[in-house]
Design a protein around this ligand. Structure first.
Ligand code: CP3
Length: 349
């Protein structure tokens, strides 16, 4: 009788289970995108960025492009964190060159116009994309799903755009804490539903991006960053007990130790500013570390790139870790530098 073929655990999942591999698994945040000529050609086939994200054939192809070109250990679903506000009924668009635009939330009236729960049917194209990618992906490459953390998503929903320090959302949270809490609660529930559906559709693990964690003072960090992420992870693990979660609290600094222990994340992704010796000493050893090459070192290349890579791998050797950047890859990154990075990582035995 035929038995179903078991998919062997990918290297990324083995590391998330605590294995310290001699060569770390590697993927790069924003690895699909404008630094790739084939992405720029593909992107020109859709009129808007959101339409691109909601076209399963195009989004699946964008997900697979960096795997074909570089052979990373993981693919990350091609989409954006701002499809979640879109699925709560807030108008979202992307202006070329100036980033995202949403109809801002200034008051109770604006807030009342949002849906109370996420409309997952609106995100069906995302789940369809996952199915297409899954059937095309080599068995040893992990597929990562994602969402934005409640605080970061809320900060775009309030301001209607990215700002230098997300001051509009911070002001809103001080002035209208009960209303802001309600927004965060809706995003926590919506994120659990959304991630659980991504896992049901075929992603093997998820990453939660809290790109604006670092602008919050300690009490607000606790309330708007740490607690909602803890709630998302706890809720997700009730629905999908085997789910693995990487959390990226960019700029969390001295809060990292507490964050790593109390959120229940399986791994934390460290931003460029984190001293890895400090992190390796202080962060609980059952939390896997990911990071944290400076995206600008990858743009620069040469000797400083080689030294930066060697510094990271030297410090984290012997500990389960995932090689990544400290933030997203920059559009001006030369492809030859990404190739050099992979060669250097994989030449370690
Ligand atoms: O990592 C990947 O390759 C998967 C795809 C991905 C995108 N955005 C595609 C994208 C992921 C994981 C994101 C996450 C995201 N989106 C974050 C969190 C990570 C971070 O960088 O801090 C945030 C804050 C956003 C919101 C967002 N989307 C902004 C601020 C912008 C404009 C800035 C920019 O880089 O252009 C986007 C647009 C966006 N999302 C692009 C891509 C490839 C560029 C748009 C284009 O190609 O026309």
């Amino acid at each position: 009788m035929d038995r179903p073929v078991e998919r062997p655990a990918t290297k990324l999942l083995r590391v998330l289970d605590g294995e310290a591999t001699s060569v770390p698994p590697i993927w790069l945040m924003r690895q699909a995108g404008r630094y790739l000529p084939e992405y720029r050609v593909l992107r020109s086939k859709a009129a808007s960025f959101l339409e691109f994200c909601y076209s399963p054939a195009l989004a699946a192809e964008a997900t697979l492009q960096p795997i074909r070109r570089f052979g990373f250990d993981a693919a990350i679903l091609f989409s954006d964190i701002l499809v979640v506000p879109d699925a709560f009924g807030q108008k979202v668009s992307f202006e070329s060159g100036s980033g995202p635009r949403l109809s801002p939330i200034d008051n109770r009236e604006d807030f009342r116009r949002l849906r109370e729960t996420i409309d997952l049917a609106h995100l069906d194209p995302v789940f369809e994309t996952i199915g297409i990618v899954k059937s095309a992906l080599p068995a040893d490459v992990a597929l990562i799903g994602f969402c934005g953390a409640p605080w970061t998503v809320a900060s775009y929903m309030i301001a209607g755009q990215g700002t230098p320090d997300q001051a509009p959302a911070r002001l809103f949270a001080y002035r209208e804490p009960a209303l802001f809490q309600e927004l965060i609660d809706r995003l926590v529930a919506g994120s659990i539903d959304y991630l659980a559906r991504q896992i049901a559709a075929g992603v093997e693990l998820v990453q939660i991006f809290d790109s604006w964690a670092g602008v919050l003072p300690p009490a607000e960090f606790e309330h708007w960053c740490l607690e909602p992420i803890r709630a998302v992870i706890a809720g997700l693990k009730v629905r999908c007990p085997a789910a693995k979660v990487i959390a990226f609290p960019r700029g969390a600094g001295s809060h990292l130790m507490d964050f790593a222990v109390r959120t229940g994340a399986d791994a934390v992704s460290l931003d460029t500013s984190v001293d890895l010796t400090w992190a390796a000493d202080r962060i609980a050893s059952d939390v896997v570390l990911q990071g944290n090459l400076d995206p600008l070192a990858l743009v620069a290349g040469g000797d400083s790139l080689r030294k930066s890579i060697a510094g990271i791998t030297g410090t984290l050797r012997g500990r389960p870790y995932i090689f990544n950047l400290g933030h997203g890859i920059l559009p001006e990154t030369p492809i030859t530098h990404v190739e050099a990075l992979l060669r250097q990582i994989r030449s370690q035995a």
